[in-house]
Design a protein around this ligand. Sequence first.
Ligand SMILES: NC(=O)c1ccc[n+]([C@@H]2O[C@H](COP(=O)([O-])OP(=O)(O)OC[C@H]3O[C@@H](n4cnc5c(N)ncnc54)[C@H](O)[C@@H]3O)[C@@H](O)[C@H]2O)c1
Ligand SMILES: O=C(O)C(=O)C[C@@H](O)[C@H](O)[C@H](O)COP(=O)(O)O
Ligand SMILES: [Zn+2]
Length: 363
Amino acid sequence: MSQGGMPWPGERARVPVGAAYDVVIGHDLLGAVGELLPPTAARALLVHTGRLPGVVAAVRESLVGKGIRVVDGLVPDAEAAKTIEVAARLWEVLGRESFTRTDVVVGVGGGTVTDLAGWVAAAWLRGVGFINVPTTVLAMVDAAVGGKTGINTAEGKNLVGAFHEPLGVVCDLDVLGGLPEVDFAAGMAEVIKAGFIDDPLILEIIEADPGAARRVGSQTVELIERAVAMKARVVSADLREAGLREILNYGHTLGHAIEQHAAYAMRHGEAVSIGMVFAAELAHRSGLIDDVLLQRHRDVLGSAGLPTRYADASLEELLVAMSRDKKTRGSTLRFVVLEGLAQPTRLIGPSSELLSAAYAGLG
Ligand SMILES: NC(=O)c1ccc[n+]([C@@H]2O[C@H](COP(=O)([O-])OP(=O)(O)OC[C@H]3O[C@@H](n4cnc5c(N)ncnc54)[C@H](O)[C@@H]3O)[C@@H](O)[C@H]2O)c1
Ligand SMILES: O=C(O)C(=O)C[C@@H](O)[C@H](O)[C@H](O)COP(=O)(O)O
Ligand SMILES: [Zn+2]
């Protein structure tokens, strides 16, 4: 349920995701995470990597303060967390601790942790509540919001999962102070995505001050709020990706293939950055967008320090992974492309000549 009521101390923005829950953005918010617990909860599994002890301690204290038992679910860092083995270990813990349908899972970390924690909660007893405390820009603006949960398999990215909405999302901007610049920029790839598909003011903010896409500053809260608001609008209209939600996948068809090809050594946001330039090349070569909008992709993403080309694979190697993209129907690839700024559409079944030319166009 949307929390409504009085704003929390430190709250700078609150974005409702339909009537289901809110994304609260602000400072010094970790002590309020316990407010999101259902009154019936007796236990919480705290899923985290162990790399943010101060953040986790503050969340634990908030939960313990509500009189519940808190159990640690320590997981590997980054994409290594999103495996069936790690999920199974957490389900073992839930079983040993006799977690019931009124108990909850709390994910504290980047998008890999919130994707995993959400999936563990979605499948346990066929669905228990979970709370997201995202600690990267990417998780705040995208992964922790919208109810897509899941893990990878050897065959590809996010191939197993479920739509399962959180009870709430708490974005404490103070935790971003220690985020490496490369991870900050990787998160900004999804913010820039929001700019191209829906909210060009995001692009204007970054064009006026490219530093805003590289580190925490005076524009951070507005960029995060705008991206979250866009995602909230889209997922509350189409939670299960029947149509509209596909626009959030801009840049992901090639992006996910690159991540898998690179054995997850490349960050998600970096791969999506390359994927957006590829989608822009496809649109440009199909006569849907002009030179200016194509170049704008390279300029904005490049100014954030994000990659815009990939030289380590042939298109043929990447096509296998792209065939497993969730937007593919049968053997027909489907790409989200633009037919103008903030005008997303679909490119269905591009010819192999077009795909090759667009891939070569990446440079
Ligand atoms: N479910 C969705 O809708 C959705 C949307 C977008 C992305 N995703 C998924 O999110 C994942 C990427 O998320 P990510 O970019 O956050 O990666 P991540 O979770 O790997 O975090 C990136 C790195 O930042 C570190 N870190 C996290 N918080 C920190 C902090 N506050 N200070 C310092 N270091 C910190 C982590 O330990 C990790 O090494 C991918 O698996 C992607 O598929 C999911
Ligand atoms: O929320 C969505 O819908 C998205 O597509 C957001 C993406 O940024 C995100 O990376 C998502 O996990 C991709 O989903 P998938 O369905 O392609 O696995
Ligand atoms: Zn993404």
